[in-house]
Ligand binder design. Structure first.
Ligand code: SAM
Ligand code: DTB
Ligand code: SF4
Length: 338
């Protein structure tokens, strides 16, 4: 990082900070709601096209039977959730789903697999999927669990644009929701992904019973990485029967929106994605999320195994708010993709 010191804070060559202290980020959370929203909107307008939202579509290319025990996840083999186990999807089905997502207006296609870490043959098959999706002119994203540096490079060579790997919460709270891997495992994969010159998509989940300090801690982790993730998904826990986190009290919508606003302020250039949980949100909560600086959504009826608002509801909401979906050309110009 090529760093300069300004106003007692360390900034990189792009003027971005990587030295956020927990107390500072907690103080942002403590601001009066309107002041926080005003600051977030100022940062948003300085770095992003107003009234524009990028749309990504998800596809679960390998579902269920995951050996990890993430307490929120319907795909873990440790919990009875009724999610059917499926083998890796045939290439033709993936291409058809990507084509359909493109026609519906998505500019990025994200392929998710319920792996702890992919095997050699998985990487080969998924590399083929990435090549074909990219040939459609869409940005590509994959989320396959832990990667070695070599696997990250192979995916890069196949044309992968983004790799999603969430830190999910603070380091302290992480231990309480997952026992089969550590926070450091997550950070190691993020390092491999960055070093392979892939764009990083990393965020977390709100409403798992964590404290505000945990939410602030998660954002400190993300903002203090050597580079800010280019994409930061903020998920509201989707409660699935059978998972240990089913029945958690969650947070009120203002606290969820505060988390988005603080993410926007500490990572000004990142695409902050209003991710899982939209189906359970009112139109007004979603609108507040855009006001707080969310610049992207998951679009299409399904996330990985759970529901998302249908396309008609999303089109109607965006039209009523006069928000334009980002076009393929805008997406490509912004990221240099395809
Ligand atoms: N297995 C890979 C991994 O864990 O990185 C990729 C797939 S995993 C389903 C991707 C992300 O989905 C998780 O990191 C988590 O943040 C999010 N997720 C999973 N279940 C969720 C739920 N019930 N509600 C909200 N987000 C969830
Ligand atoms: C992310 O942060 N959220 C998406 C995506 N990255 C892969 C996944 C949400 C999953 C919600 C539960 C499900 O549908 O299985
Ligand atoms: Fe497996 Fe990912 Fe679900 Fe954890 S979040 S159980 S690693 S699919």
């Amino acid at each position: 990082m090529n760093a300069v010191v300004t106003e007692n804070t360390l900034r990189d060559a792009d003027g971005l900070r990587h030295d956020w202290r927990l107390a500072e980020v907690e103080a942002l959370f403590e601001l009066p709601f309107m002041d926080l929203m005003f600051r977030a909107q100022q940062v948003h307008r300085a770095h992003h096209t107003p009234n524009t939202v990028q749309m990504s579509t998800l596809l679960s290319i390998k579902t269920g039977a995951c050996p990890e025990d993430c307490g929120y996840c319907p795909q873990s083999i440790h919990y009875e959730t009724g999610v059917a186990r499926e083998a890796i999807m045939p290439l033709a089905d993936v291409i058809a789903a990507a084509q359909q997502a493109k026609e519906a207006g998505a500019t990025r296609f994200c392929m998710g697999a319920a792996y702890r870490s992919p095997k050699k043959k998985d990487i080969e098959q998924i590399s083929e999927m990435i090549r074909e999706v990219r040939a459609l002119g869409m940005e590509t994203c994959a989320t396959l669990g832990m990667l070695t540096p070599e696997q990250a490079s192979e995916l890069k060579d196949a044309g992968l644009d983004y790799y999603n790997h969430n830190v999910d919460s603070s380091e302290e709270y992480y231990k309480k929701i997952i026992s089969t891997r550590t926070y450091q495992h997550r950070l190691d994969t993020l390092e491999a992904v960055r070093n392979a010159d892939l764009k990083v998509c990393s965020g977390g989940i709100v409403g798992m019973g964590e404290t505000r300090t945990d939410r602030a801690g998660m954002l400190v982790t993300l903002a203090n990485l050597p580079e800010h993730p280019q994409s930061v998904p903020i998920n509201q826990l989707v409660q699935v029967k059978g998972t240990p986190l089913h029945g958690e009290q969650g947070v009120d919508s203002f606290e969820f929106i505060r988390t988005i606003a603080v993410a926007r302020i500490v990572m000004p250039k990142a695409q902050v994605r209003l991710s899982a949980g939209r189906q359970e949100m009112s139109d007004e909560t979603q609108d507040m999320a855009f006001l707080a600086g969310a610049s992207s959504i998951f679009y299409g009826e399904k996330l990985l195994t759970t529901g998302n608002p249908d396309v008609a509801r999303d089109r109607d909401l965006l039209a009523r708010l006069k928000i334009q979906p980002e076009t393929q050309q805008q997406t490509q110009a912004r990221s240099g993709c395809c």
